[in-house]
Design a binder for this molecule. Structure first.
Ligand code: DQA
Length: 147
């Protein structure tokens, strides 16, 4: 069975309480439940990890190698700063879809650049919490095409 890792970076543990006007009121637990239900419906397995620490995210990407078929990654602010996370994604050679709840291109200039974009197969941006299930579908479709 196709196995996906949904990996969330810094401050995403506070979803639901954090700037709801930007990120909505859905919690990370709600997102994980929606992903679990969606994964069940389409017959894939899904695991979750969240960390506020850059190195822990790098470790999680490395650990996905040979274990998961794809990563759904919202790297939070590390998206815009982390060469280490970008290198981890390219080194792990696990196809990765980049997700952001908000439309980063409609926000401050420093959010317009993504290091993850260089190594992701694609991005799902600006659809709020629904972006995660859209990303699962995009990943499953991509894996179907490369299989
Ligand atoms: C975010 C966008 C980032 O710019 C920000 O730092 C986040 C959340 C999003 O999902 O919209 O933490 O990744």
């Amino acid at each position: 069975m196709t196995s996906l890792l949904v990996l969330n970076g810094p401050n995403l543990n506070l979803l639901g309480q954090r700037q709801p006007e930007i990120y909505g009121t859905t919690t990370l637990a709600d997102i994980e439940e929606a992903c679990r239900a969606h994964a069940r419906r389409i017959g894939v397995s899904v695991s979750f990890h969240q960390s506020n620490h850059e190195g822990a995210l790098v470790d999680a990407v490395h650990a996905a190698r040979g274990v998961h078929d794809g990563i759904i990654l919202n790297a939070g602010a590390y998206t815009h700063t982390s060469v280490a996370l970008m290198d981890a994604v390219s080194s792990a050679e696990v196809p990765t879809v980049e997700v952001h709840l908000s439309n980063i291109h409609a926000r401050e200039r420093f959010r317009h650049h993504s290091f993850i974009a260089r190594v992701a197969i694609g991005q799902i941006i600006g659809f709020g919490a629904r972006g995660y299930t859209l990303a699962i579908d995009a990943m499953v479709d991509h894996l179907g095409q490369v299989a």
